[in-house]
Design a protein around this ligand. Structure first.
Ligand SMILES: CCCCCCCC(=O)SCCNC(=O)CCNC(=O)[C@H](O)C(C)(C)COP(=O)(O)OP(=O)(O)OC[C@H]1O[C@@H](n2cnc3c(N)ncnc32)[C@H](O)[C@@H]1OP(=O)(O)O
Length: 195
């Protein structure tokens, strides 16, 4: 297993299987204190038609390096990525650790924006050709506590030629909204940047 594969961002086939087992075990690298909460939340997301992505790092081209990006390789943000085939919506089930602080005890707004951008970008990139964020409007509704689990949801709203409008939400597992965003993506006219 490579060092990239060892990072908790990678989605785990054995984790899916573990959900069916009475004594489910998360990967040893996963923050223990949130194991139970993840196991509580995941079945609800699966019921909504989301499935855990297991092959993200085997994608070719612009998604081949996805696990090395700023958010997914961050040592204090742990993400399990899910996608719903029906509409291409993506969920990042994420644990936010202590080293992404903005206001004391709460997540930095830039980190919130980065998580939203990343999740929505995944929805856009997994549903269509390569595109880059050119505009992002974030509404911060409630501060996000550090050392907590959040659900980030990204979805494509409309594509018109090279432009795609997409949206995202970050919320507490009980549904309370932390932040929401509207983003504009543009498919580059010329070269596809290597990510
Ligand atoms: C899966 C995890 C992925 C993680 C990645 C997370 C997402 C990111 O962080 S992406 C990185 C941040 N974004 C960037 O660096 C993008 C920087 N911008 C660019 O490089 C260029 O604007 C680029 C390549 C996207 C588009 O350039 P180009 O191909 O020349 O397009 P251009 O002709 O200027 O614009 C195309 C259309 O988009 C519109 N447009 C371009 N930029 C904007 C903008 N900021 N706001 C509104 N409209 C815009 C143009 O007006 C034009 O519209 P129309 O066709 O109606 O005239």
């Amino acid at each position: 297993m490579s060092s990239v594969d060892a990072h908790p961002t990678i989605v785990y086939p054995h984790y899916v299987r573990a959900l069916d087992e009475e004594k489910a075990q998360l990967p040893s690298s996963f923050p223990r204190e949130y194991s139970e909460e993840f196991q509580h939340i995941l079945p609800k997301l699966l019921q909504r038609g989301f499935h855990i992505l297991t092959k993200l790092n085997n994608q070719k081209g612009n998604l081949s390096n996805i696990s090395k990006n700023f958010v997914l390789s961050h040592p204090h943000i742990h993400v399990v990525i899910l996608r719903r085939a029906l509409d291409g919506a993506v969920i990042y089930l994420a644990y936010v650790g202590s080293h992404v602080q903005g206001p004391s005890g709460f997540m930095h707004g830039g980190a919130t924006a980065a998580l939203l951008d990343d999740c929505v970008s995944s929805a856009v990139l997994l549903s269509g050709p390569f595109a880059m964020t050119v505009q992002m409007n974030v509404q911060y509704r409630k501060p996000v506590p550090l050392n907590s689990v959040v659900i980030v949801e990204g979805y494509v709203e409309q594509t018109n030629g090279r432009k795609t409008v997409a949206g995202g939400k970050m919320y507490h597992p009980d549904g309370a909204l932390y932040a929401e965003a509207t983003l504009l993506f543009v498919r580059p006219r010329l070269v596809e940047p290597k990510m």
